[in-house]
Write a protein that binds this ligand. Structure first.
Ligand SMILES: NC(=O)c1ccc[n+]([C@@H]2O[C@H](COP(=O)([O-])OP(=O)(O)OC[C@H]3O[C@@H](n4cnc5c(N)ncnc54)[C@H](O)[C@@H]3O)[C@@H](O)[C@H]2O)c1
Ligand SMILES: O=C(O)[C@H](O)[C@@H](O)[C@H](O)[C@H](O)CO
Length: 253
């Protein structure tokens, strides 16, 4: 790599925390920023999955470790903050979607969905944002959804949480960008991961969604590698508070 590209995109010397990094988009982001040089700490619930993900990261030469935590539990979020050490790049990828008609959603569904998709990113941002600002450099990448800007059926709270997350991104960017902390939201298209298995199981749905993307296909986790490296590095210094649509043209089709 030339010195020029290294200055823009190398993440050597940075430490990243990736929630939801054991699977899907989160794993692909962890691998991308790890292969670009960052040390990576992956956070999710299941130890066996975390172990598998970290083994795979190490096979790619990434310095990686994991912390098992339920991000729907505030005490667990606090434990992550207390044990993960210095973090320069925070990726809030973990998410859950409780799929029910709006009228059937319960208060517990509301709390569980908001806790993972919105409250955990808020709490982690509150911990790491000021620390990054004090050091004069940081990056926060929040993973939103098409539902950050539009409504899909049967996932009303998820949509509200993801819309809130895009707003939180702007508030965090306003708070910390002047101190060198760029905060942005990635907006995926429809991506074939465990999270979307219920949608994938509906006959004809995968094909119909593929056709909604201008590129004519659904996303795969690897599609997020380039955007993640960009948003995590020096190249992103004048990009903050934004939604970056990594969606094959879905939102504008
Ligand atoms: N797949 C898509 O089409 C799509 C589209 C838009 C947005 N997203 C978002 O992308 C992100 C990643 O989803 P994915 O599609 O890669 O799915 P995935 O199921 O592969 O990954 C979800 C990750 O979140 C973690 N997670 C969920 N609940 C958690 C909790 N309580 N505590 C700790 N970790 C928890 C899981 O362990 C897993 O690592 C989510 O925020 C999701 O909302 C996905
Ligand atoms: O859980 C899900 O089914 C997904 O998140 C979907 O809602 C869409 O793929 C996403 O919103 C597009 O960005």
């Amino acid at each position: 790599m030339s010195d020029y590209l290294r200055e823009l995109f190398s993440l050597h010397g940075r430490r990243a925390l990736v929630t939801g990094g054991s699977s899907g988009i989160g794993y692909a982001v962890a691998e991308a920023i790890g292969r670009a040089g960052a040390e990576v700490v992956v956070v999710a619930r299941r130890e066996a999955e975390l172990d598998k993900a970290v083994t795979r990261l190490r096979e790619h030469g990434v310095t990686a470790s994991w912390i098992s935590a339920d991000l729907g539990d505030r005490a667990d979020v606090r434990r992550v903050c207390a044990t993960a050490g210095t973090i320069d790049i925070l990726v809030n990828d973990a998410g859950n979607n409780i799929r029910k008609p709006m009228a059937e959603l319960t208060a517990d569904d509301f709390e569980r969905t908001m806790a993972v998709n919105f409250t955990a990113p808020y709490l982690l941002g509150q911990h790491y944002g000021p620390e990054m600002a004090a050091r004069g450099w940081g990056r926060i990448i929040n993973v939103g959804s098409q539902q950050s800007i539009s409504a899909f059926g049967d996932s009303g709270i998820y949509g509200a949480a993801k819309a809130g997350l895009a707003g939180l991104t702007r508030s965090q960017a306003e708070a910390w960008s002047a101190a060198g902390v760029c905060v942005n939201t990635i907006i995926p298209g429809f991506v074939l991961t465990p999270l979307t298995e219920p949608a994938q199981a509906i006959p004809g749905r995968v094909e119909a969604l593929a056709a909604r993307h201008m590129v004519g296909r659904n996303g795969v986790p690897e599609d997020f590698a380039g955007a993640a490296v960009f948003l995590a590095g020096n190249a992103c210094a004048f990009v903050t508070g934004q939604m970056l649509f990594v969606d094959g043209g879905f939102a504008v089709h």
